[in-house]
Design a protein around this ligand. Structure first.
Ligand SMILES: [Zn+2]
Length: 276
């Protein structure tokens, strides 16, 4: 398992690279634009060059910003425009993977079909892989179960360019007791059945501040939440996930990235790689 963090790009990609190196990240996840606003962004040549240095050093995954709702692209054109803008920024920077949350809609059936349409629109225009992230199930969030992710997946044309990201906090909050090994066997079985073998493509390693089945999305530090260390120890050492990558999206809270990385490393029974 290659692990890293969601890192800020607010101070520029050179800072992000230095931070990734400092923390020993083998993978990073970023936002390609301000995640809290609709305004589009344009990169300068210098920023593109700086990004190229980051990408040469470590695999980079992008996470869709908070505002576009893929489940409502038929109601507000900004949703699809926002997604396409971010996909085009990924293409411009050479980012291969865009992780998206599936958005929310009261009419879940309509919502799931609309998410599939949104993914189809993006993949028709841009050569990247969309990674669908599971949700805690807050509000009318879609993708709370593997079955729901599978129903979204059914409507996608270019399935060869779609993977799933399992967020450990979300899936626990959605009611899957991931503290049990049997639950992981069930998750793998469900992904195999509803999407296909090998479709788990990424992890978000977060402990949960809220209880099993709370449907309340609160990421917490590794081993200090309701999931606990054992689950992360299992994931770090499980053969079938060994080829995968994942990032922590734990609260930054000054210095906690160092601590969370140290904890994750300590769980791995494999000999750590020498620093590059
Ligand atoms: Zn996540």
């Amino acid at each position: 398992m290659q692990i890293g963090f969601h890192l800020s790009v607010a101070k520029g990609f050179d800072w992000t690279l230095a931070e990734a190196r400092r923390l020993g990240c083998e993978v990073v996840q970023i936002f390609v634009k301000n995640p809290r606003g609709w305004q589009e962004r344009a990169y300068t040549d210098a920023q593109r060059e700086s990004f190229a240095r980051l990408r040469a050093a470590v695999p980079v995954y992008a996470h869709l910003s908070y505002l576009p709702n893929p489940a409502r692209i038929d109601e507000n054109s900004r949703n699809l425009e926002g997604m396409l803008h971010e996909a085009s920024l990924c293409a411009e920077l050479g980012i291969e993977w865009l992780i998206i949350h599936c958005g929310s809609r009261e009419d879940t059936k309509r919502g799931m079909a609309t998410v599939a349409r949104a993914v189809n629109e993006v993949l028709e225009r841009h050569d990247l892989t969309i990674v669908l992230e599971n949700a805690a199930g807050q509000g009318n969030a879609l993708g709370r179960t593997i079955d729901e992710l599978g129903r979204i997946y059914e409507g996608i044309e270019r399935q060869d360019r779609v993977l799933v990201c399992i967020d450990t906090a979300h899936i626990f909050e959605a009611g899957y007791d991931v503290r049990k090994r049997a639950t992981w066997r069930r998750i793998v079985r469900e992904v195999d059945r509803h999407l296909g073998p090998g479709k788990i493509g990424f992890f978000h390693f977060n402990d949960s501040k809220t209880d099993l089945g709370s449907a309340v999305d609160r990421h917490w530090h590794i081993g200090q939440g309701k999931i606990g260390l054992d689950t992360f120890r299992y994931l770090m050492n499980e053969e079938r996930f060994a080829h995968l990558r994942g990032v922590m999206e734990t609260p930054k809270m000054g210095g906690m990235d160092d601590k969370n990385m140290e904890v994750m490393r300590s769980l791995s029974s494999l000999v750590p790689r020498p620093p590059s």
